[in-house]
Write a new protein. Structure first.
Length: 182
């Protein structure tokens, strides 16, 4: 639910950072952290925010990986981990005079604006920002995804993620996996 709000707010991102970190879990996972966690952020970057990335570099392991992309003039950094001591699901976007911070778990979005008051007054550095909390309709994402799936099946409507998009996401996962294993 926060991604459409963020999409509505941003204009010309300079930098994007997305983090999806989990403590180790008892659930059996045969997929790497790239296919298990990072793929969600890859989908958001490719099919909601920017399109296909140009340059790509990646590092880490199959349990803790990071990737750096270039989407035209925007740099995007993604990290995913199963080794974290803290569960994190966040997005951070910087523009010239705006910063957007989103928390996927709490479904919160904050914007930080520079109103122009920066400098020195009375021999003191002055910096003022405007912080706004964006109103987000909080819903359980998995529940919405399942409801959407059921509606698509019962009403014979296309699913929001096309098979082509899913294949593109998996292909990008494979590129990252190959870079990590080098």
């Amino acid at each position: 639910p926060i991604v459409p709000e963020i999409r509505r707010i941003i204009r010309k991102p300079l930098f994007v950072e997305m983090n999806r970190h989990n403590p180790a879990s008892a659930r059996a996972v045969e997929a790497s952290v790239i296919e298990d966690l990072m793929i969600h952020d890859l989908d958001i970057l490719q099919h909601v925010l920017f399109g296909h990335p140009g340059e790509l570099s990646a590092a880490g392991s199959l349990d803790a990986a990071s990737a750096l992309f270039r989407f035209n003039s925007t740099a995007a950094f993604i990290s995913a981990s199963r080794k974290s001591s803290k569960k994190i699901r966040r997005i951070y976007i910087e523009e010239e005079d705006l910063t957007v911070e989103g928390d996927f778990m709490n479904q919160e979005v904050f914007t930080y604006y520079k109103p122009g008051k920066y400098g020195v007054e009375n021999e003191r550095y002055v910096q003022e920002n405007i912080i706004e909390k964006v109103m987000v309709n909080k819903v359980e994402p998995l529940k919405v995804e399942l409801q959407t799936f059921l509606e698509c099946v019962s009403q014979k409507k296309p699913f929001p993620v096309t098979p082509e998009q899913a294949v593109e996401n998996l292909a990008l996962c494979e590129r990252i996996r190959e870079a990590v294993l080098r």
